[in-house]
Design a protein around this ligand. Structure first.
Ligand SMILES: Cc1ncc(CNC=O)c(N)n1
Length: 220
């Protein structure tokens, strides 16, 4: 649809989007060929990421509260905060199943870069529209990636299905749709300058996600 900025970006940057959501790590889960050491590497690194994600989402909540023209935005983001609390408990439980010691995880370069990017978005000079666009992109890449591993034709190993469901389930998909609606509504009213910044942030998220998946093979 003409005028829907996010749909336009998804067409324009289709190849970058597919690169982030159909990465070899995800494809190896989907076809069952995954080396479980790669999964363990991802698990430990993602726990570090999610801890840094919490203050970013908290800052987004503040931006929404101050800048949004629609009260329900805060409710949607608050739902995100609540599920992160659950998610951190899940990481602790999952890592003990896999013998991954969360206390000893050394964040790799790509992870540090992603966390620095999140910290930059916490800055009050970064407006709500740009920050909600980043949030939508970060959540959507995970949903789209892990939902693929639950497709009917997937051969995802049984012991990874629960992980895939965490981000690939339909409720999480609905939540990503709510974030997309918020971002679309904001972008429709934004200046060209803000739209350009938000598009750049969207593309940065796609690159950071590719680098993040790349870490799973432990070669950094
Ligand atoms: C690197 C990365 N990107 C997105 C997510 C999904 N959001 C919260 O869990 C995640 N866990 N990790």
């Amino acid at each position: 649809m003409e005028g829907d900025i996010i749909e336009t970006w998804l067409r324009k940057h289709r190849f970058s989007y597919i690169g982030a959501t159909r990465h070899p790590f995800i494809l190896s889960i989907h076809d069952g060929s995954i080396d479980l050491n790669n999964f363990k590497n991802w698990l430990g690194q993602d726990y570090v990421f999610v801890r840094a994600f919490v203050p970013f989402v908290a800052s987004l909540l503040i931006k929404a509260w101050k800048e949004s023209d629609d009260n329900s935005d805060v409710d949607v983001i608050l739902g995100g905060v609540a599920s992160l609390s659950d998610e951190i408990a899940w990481f602790k439980n999952e890592s003990s199943k896999w013998d991954v010691a969360l206390a000893n995880i050394v964040p790799q370069n790509a992870n540090q870069e992603y966390c620095r990017f999140l910290e930059g978005l916490i800055d009050p000079d970064v407006g709500y529209t740009v920050a909600i666009t980043a949030f939508w992109a970060i959540e959507t890449v995970y949903h789209d990636s892990y939902a693929h591993c639950l497709d009917d034709d997937s051969r995802t190993p049984e012991e990874l299905r629960e992980t895939c469901k965490r981000w690939g389930n339909d409720d999480f998909g609905q939540y990503c749709q709510s974030l997309q609606s918020i971002a679309t509504r904001r972008l429709a009213k934004a200046s060209n300058d803000v739209i350009a910044k938000a598009e750049a942030v969207f593309l940065q998220v796609l690159e950071l996600e590719v680098d993040f998946w790349n870490m799973s093979n432990g070669k950094n």
